[in-house]
Design a protein around this ligand. Structure first.
Ligand code: SF4
Length: 441
């Protein structure tokens, strides 16, 4: 199924902005947002999109007519910079700037100006549920009301660009959007249970492409693992996914420039499969002509995969037309903690992987490796102490690459104590350190 018009939307002149007023609705199609992913403390929209404004709300739609963002406009809305965002996996999240939860300086926590509050269980640090706020939860009925209004609207005399846009939107009711997300998951062989933390740099707007299933370790603490043993996908399977994804994203493909090679350990799939998948996706998705600049490639890697990867792989990755970000799950540099979470690795391997991460960041301009460690009040004190020691002793480097992500365990009983622990580590770390929240797609 193609979810938009079959024509190619890339580049002007096809992006012709048209505006009109229809009853009490102000409609603008093909608005240009920022064509670079940038971080800002005010609401940013990226790529090309369309907008419908009422006196109370602003609704944004992608190039296929799918609802994407909703923001309140009246004085009851919690904050003018906050909005709701819908993902291609059909999840809604509320982007807060932290005012309500009294957490100023969210950028220190996450490296972003907002905190996504999700509608599904995650490893959040705070018990903040924005959906209990009547003004926020009312958004969903406002969207239903708008949809009903659009369904019945008379379009006589309206410019054809607006008519085409409205006809796309009315074909995207709740059931259709849900079916779309099911189709996305069917193409890649299941939902993406967790995205790499680095995908925050593209506001989590990635095209998922699975090149391997399962993972090597099946750690006890992990809430996103699959039961499968590690198995790379075949070349044919990957090529078929790419073709089907191209059709799936339809016209809105032009707003993407980022690829996530899944699943939990794509790095282990080896240079041939990784580079073939990335190059083919780049070609078929026409990332070179994307509305968004600077193509990005994201993948996870395990300690074992990183250690066994030779320079040949990194040289090939470095020459791809992407800036590649590889996120490695290191978890802890404390022997007892590793044993308690059933991670079957020795401290020496974690230290070696950490050292390799720093070397890759120094040696390859187009590759950046980041690492995850655990954060949890139930972890042994030696976990925090050994981690501080590791991060404090990172040699000076001028390349400004690499970051550390601290991932709160899901079953923390005393979440209130975690911020203190996080800042203790962050303060001592010579690499930037942020919290990692589990987000799915
Ligand atoms: S932490 Fe990584 S390696 Fe361990 S079970 Fe989860 S996905 Fe697998």
């Amino acid at each position: 199924m193609n979810h938009g018009k079959p024509t190619d939307a890339r580049k002007s002149p096809e992006h012709k902005t048209i505006s009109c007023r229809l009853n009490d609705l102000a409609i603008t199609v093909e608005k240009q947002g920022s064509l670079h992913f940038t971080k800002a403390s005010f609401p940013m929209r990226f790529g090309y999109y369309s907008e419908i404004r009422t006196s109370e709300y602003e609704f944004h739609f992608n190039l296929n007519g799918d609802i994407k963002f909703i923001r309140g406009l009246n004085i009851n809305w919690p904050h003018p910079s906050e909005s709701l965002k819908r993902t291609d996996g059909n999840d809604w999240g509320y982007y807060t700037v932290g005012a309500v939860i009294n957490r100023k300086g969210i950028i220190d926590w996450f490296g972003e100006y907002y905190l996504p509050c999700l509608t599904y269980p995650s490893n959040a640090l705070w018990d903040y549920n924005p959906y209990t706020d009547a003004h926020i939860s009312h958004v969903f009925s406002a969207w239903s009301q708008l949809y009903a209004k659009l369904y019945d609207i008379q379009c006589n005399g309206v410019p054809s660009g607006i008519k085409d846009f409205l006809s796309l939107v009315v074909h995207k009711d709740e059931n259709t959007l849900f079916a779309q997300s099911e189709e996305l998951h069917a193409i890649i062989g299941g939902r993406v249970s967790v995205l790499p933390p680095d995908t925050r740099h593209v506001d989590y707007e990635v095209i998922p492409l699975n090149i391997a299933d399962g993972c090597l370790y099946h750690c006890k603490f992990c809430c996103v693992k699959s039961r499968q043993s590690y198995q790379p996908r075949s070349r044919d399977n990957i090529l078929l996914q790419i073709e089907r994804l191209k059709t799936f994203y339809g016209r809105n493909l032009a707003n993407y420039n980022a690829l996530f090679l899944g699943n939990h350990d794509a790095l282990g799939a080896g240079d041939e499969l990784i580079c073939m998948a990335a190059s083919e996706a780049y070609r078929v998705f026409a990332f070179e002509d994307s509305n968004m600049k600077k193509p990005m490639l994201f993948l996870f890697g395990s300690v074992g995969s990183l250690l066994k990867s030779g320079n040949g792989l990194f040289e090939k990755l470095n020459s791809l037309p992407f800036y590649t970000m590889i996120n490695i799950g290191l978890e802890s540099v404390d022997e007892k903690t590793l044993a308690s979470i059933n991670k079957p690795l020795k401290i020496s391997m974690i230290q070696e992987a950490f050292k390799k991460m720093l070397e890759i960041n120094r040696n390859y301009a187009n590759i950046e490796v980041t690492a995850n460690f655990l954060l949890g009040e139930q972890l042994l004190p030696d976990h925090t102490l050994s981690l501080i020691e590791l991060l404090r002793d990172v040699p000076d480097s001028s390349d400004k690459k690499g970051a550390i992500y601290l991932s709160p365990l899901m079953d923390n009983q005393k979440r209130g104590e975690l911020p203190e622990s996080f800042f203790e580590i962050k303060k001592m770390s010579r690499l930037p350190a942020y919290i990692y929240l589990i987000q799915r797609l």
